[in-house]
Design a protein around this ligand. Structure first.
Ligand code: HEC
Length: 705
């Protein structure tokens, strides 16, 4: 299906229809989404257990629901209460909010919906009308991970880097700002993360470090949209002076002319707040480009890449940082979910911040000072010895710095990360953290040439690797390369308690509840949501979701009834993906059923005859790697996020192929036009390469029969 985005006209109708209807019986207060600091702080202390007022539920972001109507005994009676279709397909990564009877949820392309929590009636729908061409500014997908609420307004970070405040009652825009400052507007920023509201300020970062950007986080006045403070995560050109002393210190750790490349360090997901310490913690991303030798020739730690940075909540002033991966060169972001907790460590209660980022270490830090309490590998690593030294630095394996050695290296975890953005959860009752783990390893090497163009993906990595690298690199053959699972981890004992069987290729979020349960799903085409015993990992309940599940479930209570909500949908429909993007809401005794899924279209390889010589096919492969692989490569044979182009009917006609690739016929759906950078001879070569790949697959299929 294409053309699924709805226009403003339809939106207007929906809003009008709602205005004319009587107020839903279940939404009690006259002013919806009345969230303030006192209410958010009370929630962390156990108040408002039935509400979910910020993306991680409370400021601690433990994503723990204190509700226990659905428990290990009753869960067998859990069924679907209602579901609502959403208009945008692609990846659905958001955790809904639930405030005083209403669910607020964002979807792909930064749309926002409000639904009645009891009946599922759609109250409003907001479409920010993101231009399709902006779909080419992100590394991964046009996703959105959630909204924020404050004083009657709902805030959404839009894919094209706008921050928008909506009236919680109507979904109409109250204000909208471009989060990118004038001096940075040459870079292609995107927003996929959820805003957080801290004492009347909306805090939001951005993404784009695969494209050359300089990371920063901004706090906006929640009422007016005015900038209150801004914190850059990497230093600018020293000749321009420094925004603050912290960046002057950071500049000492860089070499060369990094500022021309942006440097990276985007804060694209995790931002948390401790009201008592009055700190905001920023999870800072990878370097731009990935290859540190191009970014900062000769080395350097490159602060504040891959660090947790604590800043003053009122002023944005630097307070402390802990760098997880000095000299980051493996796309090791520290943007993964963070949470605050009070843990009993060595006989005393410590206020800690926890993170299990891509690099494979589980960190426990002192929340006030950033002191490293523990850093423990939670999966296999090839880039370190598994140790952290006295000064808090990982003990590197030298060959891992592929940019410096010029040799490819099998890095584990791979750039996909042992844990990416997928929300995790902590149960204060079991003392365990429930962590979506993916065991990965992949070859990384330096690009032969490096010609970055602002606004185009360029990581400075690539190149070939010897066929026998998996045998010759010590230990590589033993690195686990299984799929995604859920891991239960004890952050005090620093050990794994249980893990589930593999449930897919990428992670999916988790929710722990006071009912002794952990909910989590499967991202596969025939996806499902399951409830596990939080102590043992034993599966107690499972239902088909008819779509991939990557987002986290959440739970709320309304009229004395507990509900579990899960947003589902993953990948571009067709090519073996059904998607079926929906919000599913479950309760005890729920009897609703999903309409039958239309059968996934059968994948048929039907390429034309080979029409090009080997040298053209090789050119086509190189062009594909540079321009298309970022989105389409991972799909080869994988039922991935994007169409597997070997199966495209457009391979049969250069005209039909160019209508999409050069002219942008599918641009509204995020298939960007390449007319400004590729010539017809180029797209002919790419088509020849894809036709060749299709024939290879047909030969492989024939050999198997
Ligand atoms: C930013 C991600 C992105 C990049 C980069 C990208 N594509 Fe796409 N492409 C998409 C998406 C998303 C779709 C599905 C669009 C839809 O659902 O209609 C798509 C669809 C297509 C289709 C249509 C498939 C069909 O159904 O027949 C073709 C052909 C295609 N892309 C070719 C290319 C080529 C060639 C390149 C490189 C020159 C490229 N794409 C680069 C995202 C991308």
């Amino acid at each position: 299906m294409t053309g699924f985005r709805i226009g403003a006209g339809l939106l207007g109708l929906t809003a009008m229809a709602f205005a004319a209807a009587p107020a839903p019986a279940t939404a009690q207060p006259t002013q919806p989404a009345q969230v303030d600091e006192a209410r958010l702080e009370a929630a962390a202390g156990g108040g408002d257990p039935g509400q979910w007022m910020s993306v991680g539920r409370t400021y601690d972001e433990q994503r723990f629901s204190p509700l226990d109507q659905i428990d290990t005994e009753t869960v067998s009676d859990l069924g679907l209460a209602w579901y609502a279709d959403v208009e945008t397909q692609r990846g659905q990564e958001a955790t809904p909010l639930f405030i005083d009877g209403v669910l607020y949820v964002s979807t792909a392309w930064s749309h926002v919906y409000a639904f009645d929590g009891k009946t599922g009636e759609q109250l409003w729908h907001y479409d920010p009308e993101v231009p399709g061409e902006v779909g080419g500014h992100g590394c991964c997908d046009v996703v959105n991970r959630g909204v924020a609420a404050w004083n009657g307004k709902i805030y959404v970070g839009v894919y094209d880097a706008r921050l928008v405040a909506l009236d919680a009652a109507t979904g109409e825009e109250v204000w909208s700002v471009n989060t990118v400052a004038e001096q940075d507007s040459k870079w292609p920023y995107t927003i996929t993360g959820a805003p957080r509201v801290v004492n009347g300020k909306v805090v939001i970062g951005n993404g784009g470090a695969e494209f050359g950007v300089r990371g920063f986080v901004t706090a906006f006045d929640a009422e007016t949209g005015d900038v209150v403070w801004r914190f850059y995560t990497v230093p600018d050109n020293p000749a321009n002076g420094f925004e603050n002393a912290a960046l002057e210190m950071a500049a000492e750790t860089w070499n060369g002319e990094w500022w021309t490349l942006g440097g990276g360090g985007t804060v694209w997901d995790a931002i948390i707040h401790d009201p008592e310490l009055n700190l905001v913690y920023l999870g800072v991303g990878n370097g731009s480009p990935w290859n540190a030798e191009f970014r900062s020739p000769g080395g350097g730690d490159n602060l504040f890449l891959s660090s947790i940075v604590a800043v003053d909540a009122d002023t944005g002033e630097y307070v402390w940082h802990y760098q997880e991966t000095p000299g980051e060169t493996w796309d090791y972001t520290a943007t993964q979910p963070m949470m605050l907790a009070d843990l009993e460590i060595g006989g005393e209660t410590r206020r800690v911040i926890m993170q299990a980022p891509k690099n494979g270490f589980f960190y426990v830090l002192d929340a006030a000072t950033g002191e490293l309490i523990s850093g423990t590998p939670y999966t296999a690593q090839s880039w370190t010895t598994g140790e952290i030294d006295e000064s808090g630095r990982p003990v590197f394996v030298e060959g891992a710095f592929f940019g410096r050695t010029g040799e490819p290296f099998i890095v584990a975890p791979s750039a996909q990360g042992a844990h990416a953005w997928h929300p995790w959860s902590y149960s204060p009752e079991t003392g365990l953290v429930y962590l979506p783990l993916v065991e990965t390893a992949a070859v990384m090497g330096p690009a032969e040439e490096y010609n970055p163009v602002v606004g185009r993906a360029n990581t400075g990595t690539g190149g070939g690797a010897p066929d026998d690298i998996w045998e010759t690199q010590p230990g590589a053959a033993d690195l686990p390369r299984g799929g995604a699972r859920l891991l239960a981890w004890d952050p005090v004992a620093r050990e794994e308690i249980w893990r589930t069987d593999i449930k897919g290729r990428v992670g999916s979020g988790a929710l722990a509840t006071a009912g002794g349960l952990v909910f989590s799903g499967s991202p596969e085409l025939d996806g499902w949501l399951a409830a596990l015993d939080a102590e043992t990992g034993q599966e107690l309940w499972r239902q088909d979701t008819e779509a991939g599940v990557v987002a986290a479930p959440m739970s709320y209570e309304l009229g004395g009834v507990q509900y579990v909500a899960q947003l589902v949908g993953y990948g571009v429909p067709g090519y073996g993906n059904s998607n079926g993007s929906r919000l599913l809401v479950y309760t005890l005794g729920g009897t609703q059923t999903l309409p039958p899924t239309p059968p996934a279209p059968e994948l048929v390889l039907n390429p034309p005859e080979q029409f090009a010589e080997a040298d053209v096919i090789a050119d086509g492969q190189a062009l594909f790697t540079d321009n298309c692989a970022m989105c389409h490569e991972s799909s080869f044979g994988n039922r991935g996020l994007f169409p597997d182009l070997r199966y495209s009917v457009r391979l049969n006609s250069q005209e039909a192929f160019d209508a999409v690739v050069l002219a942008g016929a599918l641009e509204p759906n995020g298939m960007i036009a390449f007319g400004d950078r590729l010539q017809p001879a180029d797209t002919a070569a790419i088509r020849a390469y894809l036709v060749d790949r299709a024939h290879q697959q047909m030969a492989a299929n024939a050999a198997r029969q």
